[in-house]
Design a protein around this ligand. Structure first.
Ligand SMILES: [Zn+2]
Length: 363
């Protein structure tokens, strides 16, 4: 039987949570982490620990995933009722026009808006080929005046997020929805904690789930979680961009369906080679499909976590997700499952000697 809870994926990805407004995600995490110690802080970072009666202090492994998704904020309200917007995080402008958003008002209501697009009938040839500019894109909430916007309860500063509903095709094991970057990572942290819940006292390490806010605007939450948890080692989970359609099967390093993606480096971090070797050993030995990736761009919370405290060796595991940072994503349940398996094996296999080796105390 699969260890992945589809209802968890549904609730996590449907949750409204652009950077800085992750409260709904916090609530879903709390709901699914029953029986564990859950706490949170003033910027929506969440900490989850196994309840345990182990007396001695064990090294701490932090499981990181960011809770926020790329979204928007209402930047201004125009006399004609259109809303100006700015982005929270980086989305490709060309993927936005004609897509729907939900704007959350101060009293918690959600108002549907459409990102404006100019029908081709009203475009000059020059307009058809000119690049898009966020300052000339608006959110239309179906009204024609500023007064009607105010009547809807919308204010400057209100957050907005893509409006997409999760769907799962059981036959193909295929997930469809929004915010797979990084709610699929959040799901991995929860499922890893749950898989180890009964045997947590037997581990050589203490495991702390640290769900970080505001990653998409500059890995901000992880700066706080790393300082608070002070981990000895960390595993970062990411809904990473699947690349199989861009590079072809032979060059692909993050193909959907080929297992967990192990990141050797990106712009924020170079993986500790001993940690990499350990993951490869486990993948080969326990037959957990994995794919190594060297990313030319991109960054994760590993950038912040690895530079915290006395330096924290960090393993980054990705679930290949198609079309991250846009409205609609696909990923396979099996890739989530292999990612969780890898993390569980990493944690089970840690002993004093291995930890010293990963922390480079034996060179
Ligand atoms: Zn991400």
């Amino acid at each position: 039987m699969s260890m992945i809870d589809i209802e968890l994926l549904r609730e996590l990805t449907n949750a409204f949570g652009p950077s800085g407004f992750e409260e709904e995600v916090v609530r879903v995490i709390r709901k699914y982490c029953g029986g564990m110690d859950v706490s949170w802080d003033g910027m929506n970072n969440v900490y989850v620990k196994h309840k345990s009666d182990v007396e001695f202090k064990r090294p701490v492994v932090m499981l990181d995933a960011h809770t926020d998704e790329c979204g928007f904020m209402v930047q201004g309200i125009m006399d004609n009722g259109l809303l100006n917007m700015i982005m929270l995080g980086g989305m490709d402008l060309s993927s936005l026009p004609a897509h729907t958003l939900l704007i959350r008002t101060r009293n918690g209501n959600k108002v549907r808006g459409i990102i404006t697009s100019r029908p081709v009938h009203f475009m000059t040839e020059k307009e058809k080929s000119s690049p898009l500019d966020i300052q000339e894109m608006y959110i239309d909430v179906g009204v024609s005046s500023r007064k009607e916007v105010e009547e809807l309860g919308i204010h400057i500063g209100d957050p907005a997020a893509p409006e997409v509903s999760f769907d799962y095709d059981e036959k193909r094991g295929l997930c469809f929805g929004k915010a797979f970057d990084n709610r699929m990572g959040c799901a991995c942290v929860i499922q890893t904690l749950k898989a180890l819940q009964e045997s947590a006292g037997d581990l050589a390490v203490e495991v702390v789930g640290a769900f970080a806010a505001q990653e998409e605007v500059g890995t901000r939450g992880a700066q706080v979680t790393a300082a608070r948890v002070q981990p000895d080692l960390a595993i970062v989970f990411e809904g990473s961009p699947a690349d199989d359609f861009y590079y072809g099967r032979e060059k692909s390093q993050g193909a959907m369906g080929k297992g967990t993606q192990i990141r050797c480096m990106d712009r924020s971090y170079i993986t500790n080679p001993a940690f990499l070797e350990y993951a490869h050993e486990l993948g080969d030995g326990k037959k957990i499909p994995y794919q190594d990736t060297v990313r030319r761009g991109g960054s994760t919370n590993a950038g912040k976590i690895s530079l915290s405290g006395k330096a924290v060796p960090t393993l980054v595991l990705g679930i290949p997700c198609r079309y991250v940072h846009s409205h609609y994503n696909f990923c396979l349940k099996d890739d989530i499952e292999q990612t969780v398996r890898m993390a569980v094996e990493v944690l089970r296999g840690l002993d004093e000697e291995r930890i010293l080796h990963l922390r480079r105390q034996d060179i």
